[in-house]
Design a protein around this ligand. Structure first.
Ligand SMILES: Cc1cc2nc3c(=O)[nH]c(=O)nc-3n(C[C@H](O)[C@H](O)[C@H](O)COP(=O)(O)O)c2cc1C
Length: 185
């Protein structure tokens, strides 16, 4: 199972598009949405309601229900992708401050050496942000910033989100054709 966590950074559409791609690939997903992310969803995704997003995943867990099954180290999952990932959540993970189910599952991923992929969205970055990301990277977490390329000549927002979703699938070693790969003309 791949757990997707959406936190309150801008770019919640990335999380929704990743859920859609994994559903299309018939890959089982679990979903966590932080309380701040629910607010950002209201501002950024006028075309979606929360239930519609929840229905894209096979399993949904409340991020503030600290006694649900997903919080246990015994819960089976292969990978956790936090997309988008706020600087607050980056900081909590770097420092082992597991105050909600998202940071708790990230803690489990690092201590059990499972895949952890963070898609941070913030700019500019202060030293603490950079140091926190370095700390997570040194422990094996993958930092995959929401930083689209333009060599595939995107024509729509969808082309841009597909590029980031494709890069996430790439690091999870899931074959995909989400974006046109670079080939020398
Ligand atoms: C509209 C909106 C956009 C935001 N964008 C970002 C962002 O891009 N990056 C970030 O680190 N925080 C951003 N924030 C602030 C976070 O939501 C805030 O720090 C929150 O406490 C994060 O909590 P969470 O990581 O538990 O979701 C944004 C907040 C709002 C309301």
């Amino acid at each position: 199972m791949i757990v997707i966590a959406i936190t309150g950074a801008s770019g919640v559409i990335y999380g929704v598009e990743l859920l859609k791609a994994l559903k299309e690939l018939n890959i089982e997903t679990g979903l966590l949405i932080s309380d701040p992310a629910k607010i950002v969803i209201k501002y950024e995704l006028e075309d979606y309601d929360l239930d519609e997003i929840k229905s894209l995943a096979a399993h949904f867990f409340e991020a503030n229900e600290i006694d649900s099954s997903i919080n246990s180290g015994s819960f089976k999952f292969d990978s956790l992708v936090i997309i988008p990932c706020s600087m607050k959540t980056v900081s909590a993970i770097a420092n082992g401050y597991a105050s909600n189910s998202i940071t708790r599952v990230a803690d489990v991923a690092l201590k059990e050496r499972r895949d952890l992929v963070l898609v941070p969205r913030e700019t500019p970055l202060r030293s603490a942000h950079l140091e926190n990301m370095l700390r997570i990277s040194k422990e094996g977490g993958i930092i995959l910033p929401a930083m689209p390329a333009f060599y595939h000549n995107p024509e729509s927002i969808n082309d841009i989100t597909d590029f980031i979703v494709g890069k996430v699938l790439d690091v999870l070693k899931i074959d995909n054709e989400m974006f046109k790969r670079w080939e020398k003309p």
